[in-house]
Design a protein around this ligand. Structure first.
Ligand code: FAD
Length: 323
């Protein structure tokens, strides 16, 4: 069955976020030949929006206004609500990012529609169904919507393989100015201490440190390894609680959920709450002095050793390979 799909094309610093291209790929599976509309909201368009067409969008709604930066959920939700009333989609897709996690349930409530969040897999056989993790990633459930009412979904970044782009595809861009119904006024934005340049949720490689790094300075060798690998740096809550690292880097049940191709855990024991945030990584490497550490149970490669000698050795070897 074909369905019209609307994709919220989240942008950051003037760029479409990579997960949006995954979302559009998912949209092509769901649409099954029907139309895919992407909606971009930002203060100033500085990017080539046709990238959305290359991945499958047929139409692009552009909402360009200074009020879209900084992000304010009410402004975004009200504007999106009006786009939805224009487009009449059957399915609305968000990325499972901080913004997507806030907007999707808000809109589901405004539209009186159902929402399945954090989808990691989708099947279009015998009707649409979606797989998502439950119990902090210990189990997975398959869900489907009852009936054919409007469906909202969020998809986990770095989980769906992007389709090959077709650079000949072009989409019409439609400028849209929503009516202003907003009642709240954003007075101040709190700028978080964003330590890392690469977004953890979209990183392909993550080097992560735990209490085993022993101090804030102990993260230095991890940062060096990360810079050679082009990786982001993450941390366990143990490391964050001890102020070795900023909470914006925390991975786990109460931190960020990540799905990189390679996750290198240094001095992290592998508590269930940490595993909840990283066990879906494609390859896990653990470096730990304790051979009984639970992290080795989920690791594809384990190194029993002191991270302060293993990590610099790895960095040195990688530098040699690159020179
Ligand atoms: P530890 O458990 O102390 O492990 C340190 C490891 O370093 C040990 O295995 C040790 O052998 C090794 N080590 C020591 N020195 C070296 C060395 N020189 N070289 C190599 N290895 C060394 N935790 C999270 O990470 N993320 C979460 O989101 C999260 N949410 C939580 C939510 C709740 C409700 C609760 C109750 C807990 C949560 N936790 C979370 C905390 C979690 O239970 C663990 O306490 C935490 O993950 C432990 O961090 P750690 O592995 O860095 O420290």
């Amino acid at each position: 069955m074909s369905r019209n799909v609307l994709v919220f094309a989240e942008s950051r610093n003037g760029e479409i976020r990579p997960v949006v291209l995954e979302a559009i790929t998912v949209a092509t599976l769901i649409a099954d030949g029907a139309s895919i509309t992407a909606v971009v909201m930002c203060d100033q368009i500085s990017m080539d929006l046709q990238i959305l067409a290359h991945y499958g969008a047929d139409l692009i709604f552009v909402l360009e206004d200074a009020k879209y930066l900084p992000y304010c959920s009410e402004i975004y939700a009200q504007a999106l609500f009006q786009v939805i009333q224009e487009v009449h989609p059957d399915v609305i897709l968000f990325s499972h990012t901080t913004i997507g996690k806030e907007l999707a349930p808000q809109l589901a409530s405004m539209l009186k529609a159902g929402l399945i969040s954090d989808c990691t897999s989708i099947s279009n056989k015998d009707g649409l169904s979606f797989i998502r993790p439950v119990y902090a990633g210990k189990a997975y459930e398959r869900k489907r919507f009852i009936g054919n009412e409007l469906m909202l979904l969020t998809i986990r970044p770095n989980t769906f393989k992007k389709r090959n782009p077709d650079y000949n595809r072009k989409a019409n861009c439609v400028s849209f100015v929503p009516r202003d119904n907003v009642v709240s006024n954003l007075l101040q934005t709190i700028v978080k201490n964003t330590v890392d340049v690469i977004d953890l949720t979209e990183a392909n490689i993550i080097v992560s440190g735990g209490r085993g790094v022993k101090s804030a300075a102990g993260f230095a060798p991890l940062r060096e390894l990360a810079s050679v690998l082009g990786a982001a740096v993450g941390a366990s809550r143990g490391a964050c609680d001890l102020k070795y690292s900023d909470y914006s880097m925390q991975i786990g049940q109460t931190g960020k959920v990540v799905t990189p191709d390679l996750y290198i855990a240094c001095g992290i024991s592998g508590a269930i709450q940490h595993l909840a945030g990283m066990s879906n990584s494609k390859i896990i490497v653990a470096i730990n002095t304790d051979p009984e550490a639970p992290i080795f149970k989920v690791a594809d490669y384990g190194i029993v050793g002191d991270l302060f000698s293993v990590v610099p050795m790895l960095t040195m070897e990688l530098k040699k390979m690159r020179s």
